[in-house]
Design a protein around this ligand. Structure first.
Ligand code: AMP
Ligand code: ZN
Length: 117
């Protein structure tokens, strides 16, 4: 639950500049970068610089930081001129979470189905 950088965390390494990423936006508290395996024309991940294992843990510990992530999601959508987009927080392995550092997927630029797969 710690907000300290985790040695074994890929996204902490991206925050620290130790792993390259296509960064599209950065604020004092967040980084947004393109997903390496895009599922839509726009597929950007917005992460808090601080390490939390998932979105709920982030919101419980630092609600204003969770709000920063949501604000940046809209900024990404504005930059890519998306009228509609989807924000996804996969939480838990059964929901498809593979990186245990909170991140919002911003998906747009194509039609979206509901319910999601
Ligand atoms: P999740 O499965 O919700 O935990 O999302 C993790 C996302 O991180 C996946 O969509 C991956 O494609 C993406 N990803 C993994 N490694 C990298 C990387 N080095 N740079 C950018 N995106 C990555
Ligand atoms: Zn991390």
């Amino acid at each position: 639950m710690a907000a300290e950088p985790q040695d074994d965390c890929l996204f902490c390494k991206i925050v620290e500049g130790h792993v390259p990423a296509t960064i599209v936006r950065e604020t004092e508290t967040t980084v947004a970068f393109r997903d390496i395996n895009p599922q839509a024309p726009t597929h950007v991940l917005v992460i808090p610089k601080a390490h939390y294992p998932n979105a709920a843990a982030l919101a419980a510990a630092e609600p204003t930081l969770a709000a920063d992530v949501l604000r940046e999601a809209q900024a990404v959508a504005d930059e890519d001129k998306l009228e509609s987009y989807r924000i996804v927080f996969n939480t838990g392995a059964g929901a498809g979470q593979t990186v245990w550092h909170a991140h919002a997927h911003i998906l747009g630029g194509r039609g979206m189905q509901w319910p999601p797969g």
